[in-house]
Design a protein around this ligand. Structure first.
Ligand SMILES: Nc1ncnc2c1ncn2[C@@H]1O[C@H](COP(=O)(O)OP(=O)(O)OP(=O)(O)O)[C@@H](O)[C@H]1O
Ligand SMILES: [Mg+2]
Length: 476
């Protein structure tokens, strides 16, 4: 039978609780003041404590602080008529499990108690792991995972750290591209030289060029009088990390390619050539190959990047890493929140394993951090997990990398159409998709028209007409 301790100075309330708890099949015990209650917790180790706030002598909140300090395992439900902001905030800060307001509604007590008992059984069934502090240097962000895919990535990081080739890191959002880029730099001979990240997606097109290559005094209106070195210069001797490189305009792609080939740059507004020694690592969460096909990314630059490409697999393709990542992020969350977390309920763990993780490791990290924050005891229950993890809702089509890269491409086409005052954007977009799609399907069936027409759901005549039309425009 589950043991419930009531700490309240009101005899009538204690009596009512005792009746109710016995009827519900609990073993109640009563203390009329906090001091005695504390002694009972130590001797009886109740499963749940119901604690009044206004008590003679030591107040309920003081008692809560002491209970949590001496018996962190205790699950304490606060019973109070004082559910004002201050009391509520203070009680939750002191890690009360929940609040039951007075006048008491027994249905609320019942459901809160049931939740508390469930949490207590889950937490006491979890093995206590000795809190092992990871050795220094392993405390912050680091790569975790032992799946075959991740082992391959570690090997590639090692190989890439031993040379200065340009590297392209591909992967969906949150798969660890940033972390991998830093790992390559940190493992290389350049580790003591600067690692300079540039988020090409976050800097407006017209500023990106001067960010990368710098400018001389008076290069353009608004330029600083003393000029400014670009990130290429700042990364001299080290590594330049071009994040979201797909967002670069074609004009800038040409300049970047030249800089990569010659290791020479010119600041804007200057003809002086600066020799640099920069290792470039680029990252993208879009299918660059597709963008090349759509004519939105230069193929020469793409092939230069693509010589060494490191593809980070989405988390859903290496689910065996999930438990290890959870342990890692739980450790980080505990350090950050200064709150011990013993583990995750079995049911919660099953939900975490089953979920698709469209936001990959970043989403998992955020999920564990928020669950650890919300957990009312030192265990994460299913209720503490984000709603999409609880319900296992699938990612929307918008989250697909194809939709992402299409969006970027279309966004750019819209901007260009506005700038060029074009009027046939719809036609242009549809024609572009039509052409690429037909080309891909033709490739797939090695040029077989019948099979291509069948898959596309059009007649051979229509297909041939379209092919002719596209060839007239430009060869497929
Ligand atoms: N293998 C891993 N082990 C542990 N933590 C990881 C791992 N991969 C990524 N992370 C963590 O997940 C978060 C997201 O990683 P990161 O920023 O490198 O992703 P990204 O691929 O650059 O995402 P985006 O495309 O959105 O920029 C970071 O907090 C990072 O520390
Ligand atoms: Mg990133």
């Amino acid at each position: 039978m589950k043991n419930v301790l009531v700490i309240d100075d009101d005899e009538k309330i204690c009596w009512a609780f005792e009746q109710f708890l016995e009827e519900e099949g609990y073993a109640p015990s009563i203390s009329n003041n906090a001091e005695e209650g504390l002694r009972r917790i130590a001797s009886d180790k109740p499963d749940v404590v119901l604690l009044d706030v206004k008590l003679p002598g030591m107040s309920g909140l003081e008692a809560l602080a002491q209970i949590k300090a001496r018996h962190p395992w205790a699950i304490v439900i606060i019973i109070t008529a004082y559910d004002d902001v201050e009391t509520t905030v203070e009680a939750m800060r002191l890690q009360a499990f929940d609040f039951v307001p007075k006048p008491i509604d027994l249905d609320v007590v019942k459901s809160t108690l049931e939740r508390a008992i469930r949490t207590q059984s889950v937490r006491s069934a979890l093995p206590i792991k000795p809190t092992r502090k990871p050795p220094k240097g392993q405390r912050g962000p680091r790569l975790v995972g032992k799946s075959d895919q991740m082992r391959e990535i570690y090997k590639l990081i090692g190989i890439m750290a031993s040379n200065t080739m340009t590297v392209l890191i591909e992967g969906e959002t949150g798969t660890g591209k940033d972390l991998v880029a830093r790992a390559i730099h940190a493992g290389s001979e350049r580790k003591d030289m600067p690692f300079v990240p540039v988020n090409c997606g976050a800097i407006p097109d017209d500023l990106l060029e001067s960010e990368l290559f710098g400018y001389e005094a008076g290069a353009f209106t608004g330029a600083k009088a003393e000029g400014k070195p670009g990130r290429f210069e700042l990364a001299n001797g080290g590594t330049l990390f071009l994040d979201e490189v797909a967002n670069m305009t074609p004009a800038l792609q040409v300049k970047l390619l030249r800089a990569l080939q010659t290791q020479e740059i010119e600041r804007l507004g200057s003809t002086r050539i600066l020799k640099v020694d920069v290792r470039v690592i680029a990252a993208t969460n879009q299918e660059l190959g597709q963008m090349v096909q759509l004519g939105r990314f230069r193929d020469d630059l793409y092939y230069r990047f693509k010589r060494i490409a490191l593809h980070l697999p989405p988390l859903r393709e290496r689910r065996e890493d999930v438990p290890m990542l959870i342990t890692h992020f739980l450790q980080l969350a505990q350090d950050e929140l200064r709150k011990p977390i013993r583990g995750i309920s079995e049911e919660g763990m099953a939900l975490l394993r089953r979920y698709e993780w469209p936001g990959n490791i970043r989403e998992l990290e955020n999920c564990i951090r928020s669950a650890a924050t919300l957990a009312r005891a030192d265990v994460i229950m299913p209720d503490d997990l984000p709603i999409e993890v609880q319900t296992g809702s699938r990612p929307t089509a918008n989250a697909s990398p194809l939709a992402d890269s299409l969006k970027t491409t279309l966004h750019r086409m819209i901007q260009e159409a506005i700038a060029d005052e074009k009027k046939e954007l719809y036609e242009e977009v549809v024609a572009m998709v039509d052409k690429v799609l037909i080309g891909l399907v033709l490739d797939e069936f090695s040029g077989n028209h019948s099979k291509t027409a069948e898959l596309l759901g059009m007649s051979r005549t229509t297909l041939l007409k379209k092919i002719r039309q596209h060839i007239e425009e430009q060869p497929l």
